[in-house]
Structure formats: C-alpha cells, structure tokens
Design a protein around this ligand. Structure first.
Ligand SMILES: Nc1ncnc2c1ncn2[C@@H]1O[C@H](COP(=O)(O)OP(=O)(O)OP(=O)(O)O)[C@@H](O)[C@H]1O
Length: 520
C-alpha cells in the first residue's frame, strides 16, 4: 500500500508536525490534521508518565468529538497506570492496535471506560514511548469504529515512535520549566509583598511636616528619573524611596535596597553588578548582582556617598548605557532599573574634595528631595509616637493600650532627635519596656540631652521649645479647622487633654478662631 517514497514523505511530514512546537497541544492539533490523510483517526491523545510520582496523566488531545474524550490533565490512579503501562510495554513493539476491546486485556477496557466513549465501537492504535529505558508515556490514535486497523497502519505508526519519544521528552521538560517559572514568579510576588509590608508603605506626616516632600514624591514617581533623597540618618529616606516605588509604574516589580556603606570595598562590584563563575577565588557559582535583581523595578542606593571610586565609575556606565557587565563577564546584560539614591552626607562637598565623581553626582541628582529632620517637623511627633506605640505594643504582644501622660508630649516635643524617626521609634520601644503598664511619660528623655556633633549643625537657628510647640498646635488647629476638642479636634490629634491644650494655647498666644487661624 505504501511505497518507500510514501513512507519517507509520511515520516518527514509527521516529524515536522510532531516536533514543530514545544507546546504539546499545538503539536497534537497539527498532527491530528495531518494524520487524517493516512490513518482513520477521530482522536489523538497524549498520555504522560510522571517518573517522580509513578502516575500517568493526559497531557493533551485533539478530536472531532470533544464530548467523548478525556479532559487534558486528567490523572490515572497509580495502580491503574502501573497495570496499564505493564500491558503497554509488554507488547514489545513500537506500536500495536486493539480492534476489539471486549477481547483485549481487561486493563485496556478499564482505561477506555474512563473515557465517556462506547469502547465496543472503537479501535485504537497505541505507541508506548520510552527513551534510554525510561518510560515517557504513550500516544493513542483512536477511531470510533470496531476492527478499523491493520498491519499497514502499525507499519506507519512504528515509524512515529522515535519522533514522538523525542517530542515527549521536550514537551515534559518544557512543562516542568513552565511550572518552575510560574512557581518562582509566585514566590517572588509573595516575598515582594512581604518585603513591602516589612518596609511599611504608610508615610506618617504626609499631611503634616512631609506634605511638600509628598507632593514631590507624587510628581517624580510617575517618571523614571533618578531621585536623590537628602536627609539625616533615620529621617525616613528609605520610607520615601519606598513611597516613590509604590506610586510608580514599577510597583509590581522589585524594590531592591543596597546599603553602599555596609558592603566591604572589595565586594562592592560583585554585589552590585554580579559576577561570573571563576571571576575570582571563591566565585564558585555565577551570581546576579543587585542591579540585575532590580530589573523591571527600583534600585535604592542608600548611603551612596560611601561608594568607592571604582564602583562609582562602573555605576555611571551602567546608568548611562542601561546595561552592565558582570565581574569576569564578557558580554553586556541589558537592565531596566530606576535608581533612587540617598545620603546624609554633603555630596557637593565630596565632589569638590574629589571623593565623589562629579559626572555621577549630576546623573543621580536629577531630582533631589530634601527630607527635613524630625526636629524641624515637630507636628509629626504625636502621630509618629502614637503609630510606634501601637506597632511596638503589638510586637511586644501586649493587648492593653497605653496612653501618654500630660507631660509626655512636652518631653517628646522638646527633644532635638539627633537620630530622627528611628530614634523616636527606639525611645518608644524602650519606654514600653520600662513601663509595662500605666501611662507613658518618657521621663528618661531630657531636653538638655545634647545632640551628637555633626547631626544638628544646621545653618538654620533652632526654634525655641515654645516656638515649636506653638507651631505644632497652630498646625493641628488649622488641620482641624479650629476645633479644639471632641472627634476631629486638635486635642485628640495631638494626643493631649483638651483643657491642657486650651491652657497652652492661652500661654503661647495661639488662637483657634478660624479667621485669625488662616491669616497666620
Ligand atoms: N514618615 C514615616 N512614617 C512611618 N515610619 C517612618 C517614617 N519615617 C521613618 N520611619 C521609620 O523610621 C525608621 C527609620 O527610617 P528609614 O530607615 O527610612 O530612615 P533612613 O533615613 O533611610 O535611615 P538611614 O540613614 O539609617 O538609612 C524605619 O523603621 C521607618 O519605618
């Protein structure tokens, strides 16, 4: 029936269809259409043998009667599949047919019964697949008619054993990779969410002392421009960097932080840009640097002023070219990263002193944001303190809320906070530990406490305590539209008793009259 030429044509075209796609369903659809001209066929099914679980499953099928076929991904039970595969492989041939399921090994009828079709009126050709003594699965070509197949058909299907075995090995590896990829993406989303939660996206003071800063955040977030956040230690630079990332188009991508001052000088290049296996002693594996990890997202270079000069040169090149070369690498890797840097140092002075490259400074400083120290935004202190009390109470697993004494806010407001918000956070934690129950008074915090040198040497003359207090009360009254007590009133906002607030307003000459309030 088939000459050599026909066989060659059949083999070539069948192989092209079978191996034409890494997506099993695509390949089987193409094969199903092709095989119609050669063999009676109403359905082609791909069964996959999972070596790990020793079970079988339907990977794909193509049919003219979908209502009769088994669903893709349907699994056979372990024992069923074991009996089935023993029967399949015991035939010892590359393919065989069953024209009458009533008289065949009962396991075939049992498996056929899993399909909704009538097994009496059908014939199937089986191609059991294995490679290097490993079972891979099988192909079943079925027609809905009894006694349909002859040796001529198996003569052709024997030829398909090798192409189907190769394709099956590729399909299963491809499926495994897709599964790994989707698991990794899922893990990545999970960890990024956890990181975002850890870093905290809620910026306290966004309606108070950080209002102007947050306006700038909103403006720059939607762009991809580099941002430089300038502010003292602990003032919330990372919180602001996070807020920029969270409001940007990159928010679904990673937010990767690098503390440039914490990496030993000889490891900076490898940490930022990665390295190839064997690049230096101890580089036993290739390693993706933080830049590559941040691709599609934001890289936050904290304490960028601490970067050694050789890393500055490399950093400039990466930012300019949007591609990097790993240490010991030979080809450029494209990266799509938005860079936010931060420093508490005077980078302009460092540029003058030639410890920071001017060209890099220009590149990073496209959009500078000045983050005011906490002492210059005392109006945020009550909200921050309140926030940290709640946060730390929960970390200490305490259920009873703890309020502040009347003098507590005075003490918090009159302190100069050289360590900024982080110090306030620590002070609250210490106070909660020292005062396991009862109101918090922060007695250990004295206004005389001197700020460490270098931290408060602002050019501005510091405000007096009364000025700071008057400003805070005034701002709270403006925010509350002049309301002193009750819900939405300034006393509640400041966390103090209304009568104490009134006494202070009188003493400091702060009014709550709406007209006067908005004139000052
Ligand atoms: N506005 C804010 N709202 C809520 N929490 C804040 C705010 N500012 C700072 N914090 C908290 O204070 C701590 C210090 O903030 P952060 O790490 O952002 O400061 P930093 O300026 O980056 O510090 P460093 O200079 O040491 O890198 C963090 O725990 C942060 O969550």
């Amino acid at each position: 029936m088939h000459g050599d030429l026909d066989e060659y044509k059949f083999f070539k075209e069948a192989t092209l269809h079978i191996c034409g796609s890494l997506h099993v369903q695509e390949a089987i659809d193409a094969f199903y259409t092709f095989i119609q001209d050669w063999i009676p066929c109403d359905e082609v099914e791909v069964g996959y043998y999972d070596n790990l679980t020793s079970t079988g499953m339907v990977l794909a099928n193509a049919t003219c009667k979908p209502e009769l076929s088994s669903a893709p991904m349907a699994r056979y039970s372990k024992s069923e599949w074991q009996r089935y595969r023993d029967a399949l492989f015991s035939s010892g041939s590359d393919s065989f047919y069953i024209n009458d399921f009533e008289t065949a090994d009962p396991i075939f009828a049992l498996v056929e019964r899993l399909h909704q079709s009538d097994h009496k009126n059908k014939s199937s050709l089986f191609i059991p697949l294995s490679m290097n003594d490993q079972d891979l699965g099988l192909i079943i070509i079925t027609t809905y008619k009894a006694h349909a197949f002859t040796r001529d058909h198996t003569h052709l299907t024997n030829l398909l054993h090798a192409p189907f075995a190769i394709a099956m090995a590729n399909w299963s590896q491809h499926l495994t990779l897709i599964q790994y990829k989707s698991d990794l993406e899922d893990d990545c989303r999970y960890f990024q969410k956890a990181l975002r939660k850890e870093a905290g996206t809620h910026v306290i003071g966004s309606e108070g002392g950080l209002k102007e800063v947050m306006k700038m955040v909103a403006k720059v977030a939607v762009t991809d421009s580099p941002v430089m956040i300038l502010g003292e230690t602990g003032s919330g630079k990372e919180v602001i960097a996070n807020a920029i990332h969270a409001s940007s188009n990159r928010k679904q991508g990673p937010f990767i932080k690098v503390n440039c001052g914490a990496i030993p000088e000889n490891l900076v290049d490898s940490e930022l840009f990665g390295h190839e296996k064997g690049a230096f002693t101890g580089a036993s594996k290739s390693h993706r640097g933080r830049f590559e990890r941040a691709s599609g997202g934001t890289l936050f270079l904290d304490e960028v002023g601490e970067l050694p000069l050789h890393a500055q040169v490399r950093l400039l090149r990466v930012i300019q070219n949007q591609e990097l070369e790993r240490v010991g690498g030979t080809h450029p890797i494209p990266v799509d990263v938005r860079v936010i840097s931060a420093t508490h140092r005077d980078l302009a002075a460092m540029v003058k002193g030639r410890t920071f490259r001017q060209d890099l400074w220009f590149r990073l400083n496209v959009f500078p944001i000045d983050l005011p120290p906490l002492r210059n935004r005392p109006e945020d202190i009550p909200d921050l303190a309140h926030h940290f009390v709640i946060e730390k109470l929960s970390a200490l697993r305490r259920k009873t809320p703890q309020v502040m004494t009347e003098g507590a806010l005075d003490r918090l407001l009159s302190y100069s906070w050289p360590g900024n918000v982080r110090e306030l956070q620590n002070v609250v934690e210490r106070e909660l530990i020292l005062t396991p129950s009862g109101p918090l008074n922060f007695e250990s915090l004295t206004p005389q406490q001197p700020a460490p040198s270098g931290q408060t040497d602002d050019e501005e003359t510091p405000e007096t305590l009364n000025q700071a207090m008057a400003r805070t009360i005034h701002k709270a009254l403006v925010a509350c539209n002049g309301k002193v007590q009750g819900k939405g009133g300034a006393a509640l906002r400041l966390g103090i008793n209304p009568s104490t607030l009134r006494a202070r307003m009188e003493k400091l000459g702060v009014t709550h009259k709406k007209k006067a309030l908005h004139q000052t």
